[in-house]
Design a protein. Structure first.
Length: 250
């Protein structure tokens, strides 16, 4: 049975003191629920402190990105072993903002996924189309390319350790949300791709999150779709009440 996972991507928000306040409030609002995995993904500067605050809770800790290299002359980069050493279990890879703003390619994302798995980190592998790609009829071909190139040389056993997150770029931070039916259609398409690449039985066990302006008032309907297994939350995770308001319906 697939586990429901709700992860909050704080992006470039919250300094250290603000991070302490937010995660403390989240801890107070969330019940220990083994059926839903809640994850917080603060900035790098807050990871070690938040990790200590989450000790002995069921809330997971993730980083927002990492380098594909182990170490060396890569100024400003953070390695898998570094984020692992401060207590991270998860890492977001391939987010649309990394793809569009920072020019990350499918091949680079694939190398990061491999490096994360080598270091026993669970990748949250993001995919999604732009509005132009959707309206021009390229949505499925874009998703297929991202899935196949991102998972190149990734075994079924390795994918079973991962989380896939579908985030339509046109719905991230815009206030627009894919309808439950639109989101379900793409999630089913992704699951079908995984069935072709691996097996139908295997694909049924992969957790596929939805991301894109998920809020407490639309979470229940989105998460009620048969192929949507949780949410990757942006803006709504920056307030404890709204993040908890998404986790609880899940």
């Amino acid at each position: 049975m697939r586990k429901t996972v709700v992860a909050g991507n704080w992006k470039m928000n919250k300094d250290l003191n603000e991070s302490i306040t937010l995660v403390s409030e989240i801890k107070n609002l969330l019940d220990e629920n083994n059926n839903v995995k809640a994850i917080v993904c603060p900035p790098f500067t807050s990871l070690e402190t938040v990790s200590a605050l989450l000790k002995d809770t069921n809330i997971g800790l993730g980083a927002q990105n990492m380098c594909s290299e182990d170490s060396g002359a890569f100024t400003g980069a953070i390695s898998a072993s570094m984020i692992k050493s401060v207590g991270c279990q998860y890492v977001i890879l391939g987010h649309s903002e990394r793809r569009t703003i920072f020019g990350e390619t499918d091949e680079l994302i694939n190398s990061k996924i491999k490096k994360a798995l080598e270091n026993s980190l669970i990748p949250i592998f993001c995919i999604g189309e732009t509005l132009e790609e959707r309206e021009s009829g390229e949505m499925k071909s874009v998703i297929e390319r991202q899935v196949k190139k991102g998972l190149n040389e990734i075994s079924a056993d390795q994918l079973s350790q991962m989380i896939v997150a579908y985030e339509p770029v046109w719905a991230i931070g815009t206030g627009k949300t894919a309808s439950p039916e639109q989101a379900q259609e793409v999630h089913a398409f992704i699951r079908g791709l995984l069935a072709e690449m691996y097996s139908s039985e295997f694909a049924q066990n992969v957790t596929i999150q939805y991301g894109g302006s998920v809020k407490p008032d639309n979470a229940k309907e989105l998460l009620g779709q048969p192929d949507i297994d949780g949410a990757l939350v942006g803006g709504a995770c920056l307030k404890a009440e709204s993040f908890a308001g998404i986790v609880k319906p899940a």
